[in-house]
Write a protein that binds this ligand. Structure first.
Ligand SMILES: Nc1nc2c(c(=O)[nH]1)N[C@H]1C(S)=C(S)[C@@H](COP(=O)(O)O)O[C@H]1N2
Ligand SMILES: [Mo]
Length: 384
């Protein structure tokens, strides 16, 4: 007799997931293992989604969004959680797929319309999850094996993943809840398996978290970028040579221009900038790829320079670098950020003049902001 749909059936003690062929003998292909891993994955995917949206909308704010410039380290934390949390989730995903993959061979493949829809949903869920993890890992490893533009694909697939996940949770909630609430009758080594998976996650986290938590930098053997590497002990993503700005950045005729909707255009040489009041700010570079590191920056407040040009309080500022092309040529600075006294046009870092690769002669550094928006080798500020 077939049980009524939706009613919970306790897992058969001898194993296992329903309807799968007998050749899958491990008793860890089990509802209870699947449920616990599913809960952990659900939490992790939702956290990754939330932190991913923060990163997306900080870089491409919708018209009504005004991001605050404080807390100073907010983006550093959300993006560290996104990337390092995402990496630590990979062992969970692999374990979950291993636990449930015998279901691929269930027979008959489709028992009813509902069952068919459930299976389709699982394929979408697994496909989207694999896509997010694989592209995410390749991206932070700087291996651009894919032809599409990473951020757009990663962003839209996130909605597919979370959409499928929400339906899957609604569908599985009662069953998973009852599975984890009832006491298991048999010991088949689930605890050991789950602890091993959790341990693998922990190892991944421990060997990457040093890219964001500087005291642990020496443990970060799996991290593509580590604090303490690079000129002035701070990592560099794009060097001056790679962007072709070396000659212009070193040219003594370099000038910073403030233009656009200003009361008066302002043109400043490096000596002019050095003659303005200098301020210090302890702020992190927090790359979208998860690595981050604090430095002590010294330079002129952006708001002081904008006031020289007579800029309206609600103005938007586009910071343009010497680069002719490239995705990170320019960045937008909204009022909360340019009014902040910690937002500097930095001329120096960690007690020395700015190294060429860190943006000499002048780079932007502002609190609570993705690294891609901390524009180096500035040439113009365009006000609108
Ligand atoms: N003009 C310009 N500025 C740029 C970039 C760039 O490619 N061009 N890269 C950005 C990225 S992705 C990061 S993480 C930071 C890194 O700053 P750093 O090299 O000083 O550590 O600079 C940002 N500023
Ligand atoms: Mo970055």
């Amino acid at each position: 007799m077939r049980p009524a749909p939706g009613r919970y059936r306790p897992p058969a003690p001898a194993a296992v997931l329903r309807g799968i062929p007998g050749r899958f003998t491990s008793r860890l292909h089990d509802e209870r293992v699947a449920a616990w891993l599913g809960i952990a994955l659900g939490v992790s995917v939702l956290v990754s989604f939330g932190t991913g949206l923060v990163s997306h909308f900080m870089q491409q704010p919708a018209g009504w969004m005004l991001w605050p410039s404080r807390p100073v380290n907010l983006y550093r934390v959300t993006q560290g959680v996104h990337v390092i949390g995402g990496l630590a989730t990979v062992p969970l995903l692999l374990a979950k797929l291993w636990t449930v993959y015998p279901r691929l061979w269930q027979w008959p493949p489709v028992r009813s319309l509902v069952h068919g829809a459930q299976r389709l949903l699982v394929f979408v869920l697994v496909g989207a999850a694999l896509f997010q993890f694989v592209t995410g890992v390749l991206n932070i490893a700087y291996w651009y094996a894919f032809r599409f533009y990473f951020t757009t694909a990663h962003y839209w697939t996130a909605y597919i993943l979370v959409g499928a996940l929400v339906i899957h949770i609604a569908d599985q909630w009662a069953k998973a809840r009852r599975t984890v609430m009832t006491r298991p009758q048999d010991g088949v080594g689930r605890r050991g398996f789950l602890l091993t998976v959790a341990g693998a996650s922990g190892v991944v986290a421990l060997t990457t978290v040093g890219e964001a938590v500087t005291p642990l930098a020496r443990l970060a053997v799996l991290a593509p970028r580590r604090p303490g590497t690079g000129p002035q002990d701070v990592p560099v993503n794009k060097s001056a040579a790679a962007t072709g700005v070396t000659a212009e950045a070193r040219d003594p005729r370099w000038r910073l221009t403030v233009t656009g909707e200003v009361a008066r255009e302002v043109t400043l040489s490096l000596a002019d900038l050095r003659a303005l009041p200098q301020h210090t700010a302890r702020l992190p570079i927090a790359c979208v790829e998860g690595w981050s590191m604090e430095a002590v920056w010294r330079g002129v407040r952006l708001r002081d320079v904008l006031r020289l040009a007579g800029v309206a309080d609600d103005a938007q500022v586009r910071v343009e670098s010497l680069e002719r092309q490239g995705l990170y040529r320019t960045s937008q600075v909204a009022p909360p950020h340019w009014h902040d006294p910690l937002t500097l046009l930095a001329l120096g870092m960690n007690g020395a003049p700015l190294a060429l690769d860190h943006g000499y002669p002048c780079r932007l550094i502002a609190p609570n902001r993705p690294g891609v928006m901390q524009t180096k080798w500035i040439q113009r500020l365009v006000v609108s």
